[in-house]
Design a protein around this ligand. Structure first.
Ligand code: C2O
Ligand code: CU
Length: 474
C-alpha cells in the first residue's frame, strides 16, 4: 500500500490514519493551538457554479470554482504566516489543491497520487502550512488538472512582505483563457482531445483578466501601482507590452530581483509563471493606459485597460527600490553539483518513434492510442523511480533538452531554481521555466526541501500525456 508522509515527514499508511481517526478523543491529544486551528479552519469549497463569463447577451457559463468563483477567493497572508484551509470537495470527481511555488511542507503540496490521495467527492482535506517567502503565488487543482484548471479551479495566493513597497495600490491580475463553445458559451469539454495533447496544449478562444474580457480599472496620472500578474491558463504563453505605463519588473515567480529591471521588451509569461511589476501611469489625463497582449497576427490588444482621470501628483517619481529579498536566495556554487539530464521528446511533428509505457517499449502510434504523446527520458508516464534521488542540501544541475517542436513550461515543485548561464552570472530564481522548441537549458537548485517533488510541464495537457517526473529529497 502506498503511504503518505504526515506533517512531520513521518511516513504513515492509510491504515494508521484510519486508526488514529477512529481512536476516541484523538483531537484532544493535539496541542491547544493546533486544536483551535483545526476547529477554526476556513473552508475552501470546490464546486459547480454558473456566472456571466461571456459578454452580456450570452448565456451564463457553468464553471467549477473554489467557493464558486472564477478565479477563486484571493488568499492573502503575511510572510512567515500560515495558510489553513479545509478543502471541501463538492465536485463530481476527485480533487486536490496545489499551492504553486510555495516552498512548502511536502505533505501539503497537494499532488494527488504523489503527496496525498485524491480527495473524493463529498470528502474534505485539511491544508495547513507556513509560507516562508513573500511573493505572488497561485493555487490550483492538481488532480486531472488539465480539466479542472480549465474549468476554473484556481486562485491567487499572495504572501505580503513585512515592509510593503512604496506604491499607491496594487492589482492582482490573473490572466487566463477559456475554451468556450461560441454558440452556448459553455466550456468545451474535449479535455482529452488528442489535438490539444499532442500540439501546443489546450488554448482557449476567450482571453480574460480576472475572468473579464474587458478588464478595466480607473487610475490617475503619475499613480504608482504594483501589478501582480499570474498566468493561470492551461497552455497559453502571453506576450505582454505596456502602453501609457512605465514599468519595472521587480519579481519573477514570487522571487524578488536584486534590482528592478525596466520593461523595455515584451514580457513573456508562460503557463503558471508570475511577474510582479511596479508601473507608473504616464498616459495623460483623459487617455487610457494599457497592459497589452499580442493577439492574432501579433496585433496588440487590451489585456487590462487603465483609463486615466485626474492626477496623483505633478511629477513622476524616482525609480522604485527593489523588493526585500526572501530568505535562502543565495546563488549556489556549481562546481560540486550533481548532474542530471532530462530529454523531452514526442508530440506532433516530433521525432519520437517509441517510448516506455507500463514497462514495455511501445511505438508512437500505439502510445497515441493510449493518450500518451510525450516522454521524459523515454518514459511516457510517471516512473516508480525518481529522476533524481537527492540528499538534503545537495546541489543539483539539471540539463533540460527540448527535442520537440513545441515550447514547454517546466515546473519544479517545492524548490526554486536558477537557470545556469554560460557566463556564470546569477539568473533570477524561478519555479517555472519556458524551454523553447529545440532548445537546451540548464537549471541549478539546492535540494533543501525534503519530500517527493513533481517536475512537469505546466502545459497541462502535456503533463497529462507523458510530461511528468519527480525527484526525491531525503
Ligand atoms: Cu502549478 Cu504541478 O503545478
Ligand atoms: Cu509541454
Amino acid at each position: 500500500m502506498k503511504s503518505y508522509p504526515d506533517h512531520k515527514g513521518n511516513r504513515i499508511s492509510r491504515r494508521d490514519l484510519l486508526q488514529r481517526g477512529a481512536s476516541a478523543g484523538a483531537l484532544s491529544l493535539l496541542p491547544a493551538g493546533l486544536r483551535a486551528a483545526t476547529e477554526a479552519r476556513v473552508p475552501l469549497t470546490a464546486r459547480n457554479a454558473s456566472f456571466q463569463l461571456a459578454p452580456s447577451g450570452y448565456a451564463a457559463t457553468g464553471i467549477w470554482g473554489y467557493d464558486g468563483g472564477a478565479p477563486g477567493p484571493e488568499i492573502r497572508v503575511a510572510q512567515g504566516g500560515r495558510v489553513s484551509r479545509r478543502l471541501v470537495n463538492e465536485l463530481p470527481q476527485g480533487t486536490s489543491v496545489h499551492w504553486h511555488g510555495i516552498r512548502i511542507d511536502n505533505a501539503m503540496d497537494g499532488v494527488a497520487g504523489l503527496t496525498q490521495q485524491s480527495v473524493a467527492p463529498g470528502d474534505t482535506f485539511d491544508y495547513d502550512f507556513v509560507v516562508p517567502d513573500a511573493g505572488t503565488y497561485w493555487y490550483h487543482s492538481h488532480d486531472r488538472s488539465w480539466e479542472q484548471v480549465a474549468r476554473g479551479l484556481h486562485g491567487a495566493l499572495i504572501v505580503e512582505e513585512a515592509e510593503a513597497p512604496d506604491v499607491d495600490r496594487e492589482e492582482v491580475l490573473i490572466l487566463d483563457d477559456w475554451l468556450l463553445n461560441p454558440e452556448t458559451a459553455q466550456i468545451d469539454d474535449s479535455f482529452d482531445h488528442p489535438m490539444a495533447m499532442s500540439h501546443a496544449g489546450r488554448i482557449g478562444n476567450y482571453v480574460t483578466t480576472n475572468a473579464r474580457f474587458d478588464f478595466s480599472r480607473p487610475v490617475r496620472r503619475h499613480e504608482r501601482l504594483r501589478l501582480r500578474l499570474i498566468n493561470a491558463s492551461n497552455a497559453r504563453i502571453f506576450s505582454l507590452q505596456l502602453n501609457g505605463l512605465t514599468g519595472w519588473t521587480v519579481a519573477l515567480d514570487a522571487m524578488p530581483l536584486p534590482a528592478p529591471v525596466p520593461v523595455e521588451q515584451d514580457l513573456v509569461l508562460g503557463p503558471a509563471q508570475r511577474v510582479d511589476l511596479i508601473v507608473d501611469i504616464t498616459a495623460e489625463d483623459g487617455e487610457t493606459a494599457y497592459l497589452l497582449r499580442r493577439g492574432g497576427d501579433n496585433r496588440p490588444v487590451s489585456q487590462a485597460a487603465f483609463p486615466v482621470s485626474g492626477s496623483a501628483s505633478r511629477a513622476r517619481r524616482a525609480p522604485p527600490a527593489p523588493l526585500p529579498p526572501n530568505p535562502r536566495m543565495s546563488a549556489p556554487d556549481l562546481a560540486t553539483a550533481r548532474r542530471l539530464r532530462l530529454v523531452m521528446a514526442g508530440g506532433a511533428m516530433g521525432r519520437m518513434d517509441s517510448a516506455l509505457l507500463g514497462g514495455e517499449r511501445i511505438g508512437f502510434r500505439q502510445l497515441a492510442a493510449s493518450g500518451r504523446f510525450w516522454a521524459f527520458n523515454e518514459m511516457a508516464e510517471m516512473t516508480q523511480e525518481p529522476l533524481g534521488d537527492l540528499s538534503l542540501g545537495e546541489l543539483v544541475r539539471l540539463q533540460i533538452v527540448n527535442d520537440t517542436v513545441f515550447p514547454h513550461a517546466m515546473h519544479l515543485h517545492g524548490m526554486h531554481f536558477r537557470q545556469v548561464r554560460a557566463d556564470g552570472a546569477a539568473s533570477p530564481m524561478r519555479d517555472t521555466l519556458l524551454v523553447a522548441a529545440g532548445e537546451t537549458r540548464e537549471i541549478a537548485f539546492i535540494a533543501d526541501n525534503p519530500g517527493d517533488w513533481l517536475f512537469h510541464c505546466h502545459m497541462l495537457s502535456h503533463a497529462a500525456s507523458g510530461m511528468m517526473t519527480w525527484v526525491r529529497v531525503t
